[in-house]
Design a protein around this ligand. Sequence first.
Ligand SMILES: [Zn+2]
Length: 393
Amino acid sequence: MSPSGAEFIRKIRSQVEEVDPSVVQEHLGNGMVLVDVRESEEWDAGHIPGAKHVPRGYLESRIEGAVKDRDTRVVLYCASGQRSALAANTLREQLGYENVASMNGGITLWKDRGYEVEVPKSLTKEQRERYSRHILVPEIGLEGQTKLLEAKVLLLGAGGLGSPTALYLAAAGVGTLGIVDDDEVDLSNLQRQVIHTTDRIGVAKVDSAEESVKAINPDVNVVKYKTRLDASNIMEIIEGYDVIVDGVDNFPTRYLLNDATVRLQIPVVSASILGFDGQLSVFKPYDGPCYRCLYPVPPPAELAPSCGANGVLGVLPGTMGLLQATEVIKLVVGVGEPLVGRLLLYEALGATFTELKVRRDPECPVCSRPPEDISDDEMGVFPDYEAFCAAAG
Ligand SMILES: [Zn+2]
């Protein structure tokens, strides 16, 4: 005769290691991964701070995303300790996790003990509808959307790369978008700078971009900087932003930006385009290489796009700008593998993507030292650029 459900659960629970909430509370953050196996609505109503969310129904398909190493100490919890015991059994018996336990009494007992519970900020009814397709993606969910709404992202340039990035980040609900650009909309921009329109020729790009962003999503707070980024203003402008999107088209500013962001430890999603070719990487200070690790000296002047007007396929900045927007969302939400230590090359004519590994340079003049050691005088040191361009002929 088959055992009853209650007997089955009792048998499983006798085989699974169960730990008391006090033990979990003591070891939280000490190499132990705490996983909440409840449903999304339960998670949204409040969960243990620092826990990862893997609903039991998705355990097999998503546990590796939350806990890569099978030797890691994993403690599962649910509402009462029953679902987590069953899930712990599955992890151990079927998925090869060796050091798994279930928290006794679940979050109910945890709360009774007076331990901390984190309740995600709630969205308005309109926001729930606007972002419903994000909320449905398990890797984003309500929590990820809340992070996006709280995020501050700075776009350097409202041009070819900045246009699509700004439009999609606005649509995605990034709460604050800073835009740095000192230029006005020109007829020759409209072939690719899709945030601007024909009737806004002559208008400041920051104002034109703001108008488009607001029309898409009034939730977004736009902060405008109608200026050029230079050594005198960079620290003031970039401080406080979570991620910087670099669409800058000249090398001196790239070096300056690199040095300032390493010092302030702000990740930069950097892209460049020329003709049919695009490049993309994420420079996350002290986690991966910085721009100077990659380019200790400027590339040959004839390859420097800012040495004059160059042609570019109009849709290419769209492709690269949206790859940038994707990396921004991953960094803000904290999902996936950002392009840290990797350089992605896109060649549109052949329709090929190539990836190069890039490493931190232990001798790097900037990121080999602690951030507080990088002085104002050293930032953005670069050879005379006009001479540099002139040398290219
Ligand atoms: Zn470096």
